[in-house]
Design a protein around this ligand. Structure first.
Ligand code: NDP
Length: 484
């Protein structure tokens, strides 16, 4: 009997997703370039599945392809970039018109569009599907962000809806849009993830360094926060991290204090920023999170600079309880700013590419399965429900109210980090984003535009008319109207 679906690429993600698919009752054929991983996957299926007969491993690609029901759907979970091209090249001669390939990797969206176009000439459908939630998500229910032709989505929707994480308002999957829209949304998801992690990291630093909280107290604070507006996977794991002791030294201290302060990155945060810059969408929270990782990697330089550069030595506050509440406010408000940036980047690209995106649904499918899953996403969904064309989440009535009530604490935290000389780049970048956005007139921009006209005759408009002017600032100061 033929399998419902096929999957190529049995590393961490592929193995777990394939097991998830079989567990939901869909027969699946699997293949991996090196056959040892196929053996591993089949062995896991024997041990983990109620009905291991639904799971068939193949070591020959032709036999693999022929074992799948037509029109075939084949999910690919190999390393992004050249390995995806190599896998497509190997698969395509074995496929027939009407078959479909779904790339579930973290692929650059334009690669998906290029492949999709090339394959459509052969009558093969192609989708780029973001998969979030790491190993656990893939195995027990990820958030899925499929992009590509509507027809392709329709044919795999029944499977994807079953294997995705399930939340109160449905499975964490929907058809994001055409082309590379699914990869794009996954990429921004990861950029937002950078922001969330950095913001929590800064909350930890302030509470520890200025608040003087002990690891036990920190664990309690994060546990408490996880019961309210900040309830999320990342806050939950942070609470757990605070409680884990160092078993290597075995000296009773907490492990997080022993971890080398150098943060790695695999590229999707960088892609998010490249996109933000390319499209001119201000994204300072995400940018500062990426910069924080780059700065962290300068460990040796920082250690040397510590001896040379002077600054205040942070003093521990006597108002610990008040600080905890202020930091909670700062974290929440900054998070709103960060999501406003990410959603606006998605929105802008969607408009430029005619993707016709549903931002509220995108927020909804992030509620479960993925790393940024959070209660808070319901509010974003509701905000776009109130107004799908919202220019910024910041001006949604609910968020605007929340930002208003959070801002005193938020400002106190940012001021404190500045005066005590500790770093909270994402808190302060978020606050300045908020303050810039809410100022109807920006004097610094008036001056910069004047400077541009002064030295480069770049022209300017005035506040009181719509005409275009140039002034001979450096000679007689006379202004001419250039156009309207
Ligand atoms: P890897 O990214 O480590 O990729 C390993 C797989 O790629 C193996 O099946 C490997 O085959 C195959 N491969 C590598 N080079 C080639 C090649 N030249 N030709 C054919 N196949 C090749 O696996 P992951 O499971 O970690 O990730 C898969 C995808 O999912 C990636 O795009 C990743 O970014 C994304 N992703 C990963 C997450 C994670 O938590 N790990 C989370 C979300 C997305 P072989 O065994 O023969 O070497």
């Amino acid at each position: 009997e033929l399998s419902k679906i096929g999957l190529v690429g049995l590393a961490v993600m592929g193995q777990n997703l394939a097991l998830n698919i079989a567990e939901k009752g869909f027969s699946i054929s699997v293949f991996n370039r090196s056959s040892s991983k196929t053996d591993d996957a089949v062995a896991r299926a024997q041990g983990e599945l109620e009905d291991p007969a639904l799971f068939s491993g193949f070591k020959d690609m032709k036999e693999f392809v022929e074992s799948i029901e037509r029109p075939r759907s084949i999910i690919m979970l190999v390393k992004a970039g050249a390995p995806v091209d190599a896998t497509i090249e190997a698969l395509v001669p074995l496929l027939e018109e009407g078959d479909m390939i779904i790339d579930g990797g973290n692929e650059w969206f334009e690669n998906t569009e290029r492949r999709s176009e090339a394959l459509s000439k052969k009558g093969i459908m192609y989708m780029g599907m973001g998969v979030s939630g790491g190993e656990e998500g893939a195995r027990f229910g990820p958030s899925l962000m499929p992009g590509g032709p509507e027809e392709a989505w329709q044919s795999v929707a029944p499977i994807l809806k079953k294997i995705a994480a399930q939340v109160d308002d449905g499975p964490c999957v929907f058809h994001i849009g055409p082309g590379g829209a699914g990869n794009y949304v996954k990429m921004i998801h990861n950029g937002i993830e950078y922001g969330d992690m950095q913001l929590i990291g800064e909350a930890y630093d302030v509470l520890r360094t200025i608040g003087g909280l002990t690891p036990d107290q920190l664990a309690d604070v994060f546990t408490e926060w996880n019961k309210g507006d900040l309830k999320s996977f990342l806050i939950e794991i942070t609470a757990n991290i605070m409680a884990i002791k160092d078993d290597v030294a075995g000296d009773g201290s907490v492990l997080v204090e022993k971890v080398l302060d150098k943060t790695g990155a695999k590229g999707t945060g960088m892609w998010t920023m490249e996109e933000a810059v390319r499209r001119g969408v201000p994204s300072p929270t995400i940018a500062s999170s990426l910069d924080a990782r780059y700065l962290s990697s300068l460990k040796e330089e920082r250690v040397a600079a510590e001896e040379i550069l002077k600054g205040p030595t942070p003093a521990i506050t006597s108002e610990q309880k008040a600080l905890v509440e202020d930091v909670r406010q700062a974290l929440y408000a900054s998070k709103v700013c960060s999501y406003a940036q990410g959603m606006n980047l998605i929105k802008q690209t969607g408009v430029e590419n005619n993707w016709d995106l549903n931002l509220g649904e995108i927020a909804r499918i992030w509620k479960g399965g993925c790393i940024i899953r959070a209660q808070f996403l319901d509010r974003i969904k509701e905000a776009y429900g109130r107004n799908p064309e919202l220019s910024s989440l910041l001006i949604d009535e609910q968020f605007a109210k929340e930002l208003e009530s959070a801002q005193e604490g938020w400002r106190r935290v940012v001021s404190l980090t500045v005066s005590e000389g500790i770093t909270a780049p994402a808190f302060s970048a978020s606050l300045s984003y908020y303050d810039s956005y809410r100022r109807g007139r920006l004097p610094s921009s008036q001056l910069v535009q004047s400077q541009r006209d002064y030295f480069g005759a770049h022209t300017y408009k005035r506040l009181d008319t719509d005409k275009v002017y140039h002034t001979r600032w450096s000679s007689d100061g006379v202004t001419e109207v250039i156009g309207s």
